[in-house]
Design a protein around this ligand. Structure first.
Ligand SMILES: [Zn+2]
Ligand SMILES: [Zn+2]
Length: 138
C-alpha cells in the first residue's frame, strides 16, 4: 500500500500499526520515517453506518407497525434528538439472523447505536459464559 508522506515529500510505502485503545482500529504510518499519515476506522463502526443508511426507511415502517408516532430506542427510550453526538438510531434483529431470526418487521426493533453495541457485547458474553455450561448439561 502506498500513500503520500508530507515529511518525506513523496509517495512512500506505508505500514499499518494496530492501536489497542481509542476509537480507531489502527493508524497508517510512513514506512521510511514513521510519520503519522491517517487513522483507519474500526470495522464494526463502518458496519453500523452501512446498516443505518440501508435502514432509514425501515425505522419509519417499524414505528408504523408498532403504532408509535416517532422513533426512539426501545432499550433506553431516548429519541433521536435526545441522543449524544455520534449516536444514532439503528435497526436490530431481535433474534439475530445468524441464529435463525427472520428478516421481517416483527423481528426488528429500534435501538440507539449505544444500546445496539451493548446488546451485541451482552449476547457475546452470555454465549461465552452460559452457552458452554448449557451445552454441557445436555
Ligand atoms: Zn515519511
Ligand atoms: Zn438506547
Amino acid at each position: 500500500m502506498k500513500a503520500y508522506c508530507h515529511r518525506c515529500e513523496k509517495e512512500v510505502e506505508v505500514k499499518i500499526e494496530k492501536t489497542e485503545k481509542g476509537p480507531h482500529y489502527a493508524k497508517i504510518v510512513c514506512n521510511e520515517c514513521g510519520n503519522f499519515i491517517k487513522w483507519l476506522p474500526k470495522p464494526e463502526n463502518m458496519k453500523i453506518k452501512r446498516i443505518y443508511s440501508r435502514n432509514k426507511n425501515l425505522i419509519k415502517r417499524i414505528c408504523e407497525e408498532k403504532g408509535y408516532k416517532e422513533p426512539f430506542c426501545f432499550f433506553c427510550g431516548r429519541k433521536k434528538e435526545e441522543l449524544p453526538p455520534g449516536t444514532f438510531l439503528t435497526i436490530d434483529h431481535i433474534l439475530p439472523l445468524k441464529d435463525g431470526g427472520k428478516d421481517s418487521l416483527e423481528n426488528m426493533q429500534i435501538l440507539c447505536s449505544m444500546c445496539h453495541s451493548l446488546k451485541n457485547l451482552l449476547s457475546v458474553y452470555v454465549k461465552e459464559h452460559y452457552g458452554k455450561s448449557a451445552q454441557e448439561k445436555k
